[in-house]
Design a protein around this ligand. Structure first.
Ligand code: UDP
Length: 324
């Protein structure tokens, strides 16, 4: 298959690009490098263009020239905290620009569109683990920016020949040590890389955002899923859409929840170092618990996450960061 990746320089995009190449697919990228690091891109043997996804003229020319089998749309801003401070930044970048890309893809008759959505669309879910049928009720602008795109895509796929696969990621983590890829955001806001940066001596401490949540140890619980397992799901999702001519929504998670404290303790165990932990106030927009039911992806896509242990996930990111 010939696949266009937006945001291929980013974390999940770069790992998926490598998995696609390893499976014999042809990959082309577009990226505006607004938040990603060229270091991941330089490790990938792919060609592409540095442009915005809403540069309609250039995007349409690209889509008409290459006739892609699928577009995988990773490019987005991803920080919950920032989205609360500056919602319009998220509605413009994540929502408006994505709609422009979707319109270009429909117009160019791209048969499959795979979209990176998020567990944040569920807000504060009633049922844990969360099934895909749970109410979509985001509690921060980041989640809302993604859920609006989901709706546009589902409508677009009804009225065109383009099938849509929506993946609601839980917490992507870990690294592809074989290819020297890993989590490398700028600025970094995620718990695992921040904890490891601290344990590497690059930060004075690690803060826990909120210790009074209604969870056993008072800190938020998340479902950490290895980035390579996410990458594999994209290939299965694309194949499914093209084979079955069906659109669908899938959660991608591990099914297991870990608290912020448990993540920090596991990082201490993996690295053999002691963290200087600061108990800080809650970060606005954080739901207490997000844990996936991924039974649907397993059942319908045959997706089997291979790298489930939190220790393994953290160790792979630690190995990547030590080599940087
Ligand atoms: N978190 C934290 N300290 C940090 C970064 C994150 O306590 O320095 C918490 C955050 O409040 C959330 C969890 O760790 O409860 C996971 O946050 P992250 O930003 O990694 O991912 P998110 O769940 O927001 O996608």
């Amino acid at each position: 298959m010939k696949v266009l990746l937006t945001g291929a320089a980013g974390y999940i995009g770069s790992h998926t690009a490598q998995r696609l190449l390893d499976s014999g697919h042809e990959v082309y990228f577009i990226d505006n490098l607004s938040t990603s690091d060229k270091r991941n891109l330089s490790k990938l043997n792919i060609s592409g263009d540095f442009m915005d996804i809403n540069d309609v003229e250039k995007v349409q020319e690209l889509l008409h020239t290459h006739r892609f089998d699928a577009v995988m749309h990773f490019a987005a801003f991803i920080s919950v905290g920032e989205s609360v401070q500056n919602p319009m930044k998220y509605f413009y970048n994540n929502t408006a620009k994505s709609i422009s890309l979707i319109q270009s893809a429909v117009e160019a008759k791209v048969p499959c569109f795979v979209f990176s959505s998020t567990a944040a669309v569920y807000g504060m879910p009633k049922e844990i683990p969360i099934p895909e049928e749970a109410k979509v009720q985001p509690m921060n602008p980041y989640g809302l920016s993604k859920s609006m795109v989901e709706q546009v895509l589902l409508e677009a796929s009804k009225y065109s020949d383009m099938e849509t696969i929506i993946f609601r990621y839980f917490n992507a983590a870990g690294a592809d040590t074989t290819h020297g890829l890993g989590e490398l955001h700028d600025p970094e806001t995620h718990l695992i890389p921040l904890t490891l940066q601290h344990l590497l001596g690059k930060r004075d401490s690690i803060s826990i955002f909120g210790t009074d949540y209604p969870t056993p140890d008072g800190t938020c619980i998340r479902d950490y899923i290895h980035v390579l397992d996410l990458a594999d799901a994209h290939i299965l999702g694309m194949e499914y859409a093209l084979r079955e001519k069906k659109s669908n929504i899938f959660n991608l998670g591990n099914g297991q929840g870990f608290s912020v404290r448990e993540v920090i303790q596991t990082a201490e165990k993996v690295t053999g170092k002691k963290a200087n932990v600061i108990e800080a106030p809650r970060r606005e927009g954080d739901p207490p618990i997000l844990v996936a039911s991924s039974e649907k992806a397993k059942r319908e896509l045959g997706w089997v996450p291979q790298r489930n242990s939190l220790e393994h996930i953290i160790k792979s990111q630690w190995d990547f960061m030590q080599k940087l």
